[in-house]
Design a protein around this ligand. Structure first.
Ligand SMILES: [Zn+2]
Length: 221
């Protein structure tokens, strides 16, 4: 369980756009995660200390652990629904985010490809941090708008983002490098792409765009 699991209910209480049942869902999720991990630790201690008597404890342990696992999965599934998810930006926040991404695109430096991109990241406190693509004559040094925005947000002290809006001709999705870069800070990030020609939008989760992602938790302690 990550620290952010426990912070979600607190974040939700501070966010007026989050409904009360979402707060309860987050609290249940945290409780289920805590119980699950606590019983895993207890189980390993029991097996270690009373290895000879484990045949007596094992059936009760298994039943208890299985019921907890079912409960935990049920809570996780209910929380994974987009309508009930925590930190879902409000309509007004989405509007501000789209406007910021489209405006940031005007600053793009793309003399080589002429493919101008603007990005805007939404923080937990409602602040928006913008970025634009910055090309270079040595093409491989080019920076995407998403990574420029994320890097600026990190400099400002943020470590977790709620949503990102990306504006370009055709409404391009983030490139593979940017998907991996953003995954460092959470796969629950909402990704909204905007086609600046016709105004059409597409909304995804980063977890959908980068399945089976390699994350910080994959590294050894
Ligand atoms: Zn990119």
């Amino acid at each position: 369980m990550t620290q952010s699991n426990w912070r979600l209910p607190l974040v939700a209480f501070r966010n007026p756009s989050v409904r009360s049942h979402q707060v309860v869902g987050a609290a249940l999720n945290g409780l289920a995660s805590y119980l699950w991990e606590a019983t895993q630790i207890a189980r390993s201690v029991i097996l270690f200390r009373f290895g000879g008597a484990q045949w007596r404890l094992e059936p009760r342990c298994k039943l208890f652990l299985r019921s907890l696992l079912v409960f935990r999965h049920a809570v996780m599934i209910s929380n994974s629904d987009d309508d009930t998810a925590l930190d879902q930006p409000s309509e007004d926040e989405w509007r501000r985010l789209v406007h910021a991404a489209v405006t940031a695109r005007d600053s793009a430096y793309a003399p080589h490809s002429h493919f101008y991109v603007g990005a805007a990241l939404l923080m937990h406190d409602g602040r928006i941090v913008e970025g634009c693509n910055v090309e270079n004559a040595s093409y491989s040094l080019t920076q995407c708008a998403e990574r420029v925005a994320a890097t600026s947000a990190i400099v400002a002290g943020y470590r977790h983002f709620r949503a990102i809006a990306i504006a370009s001709v055709g409404g391009a999705m983030p490139c593979g490098a940017c998907r991996q870069f953003l995954a460092e800070f959470g796969l629950e990030l909402r990704v909204l792409t905007i086609d600046v020609i016709d105004g059409s939008q597409e909304k995804r989760r980063l977890a959908e765009l980068l399945p089976d992602a390699f994350c910080p938790s994959d590294l050894p302690d």
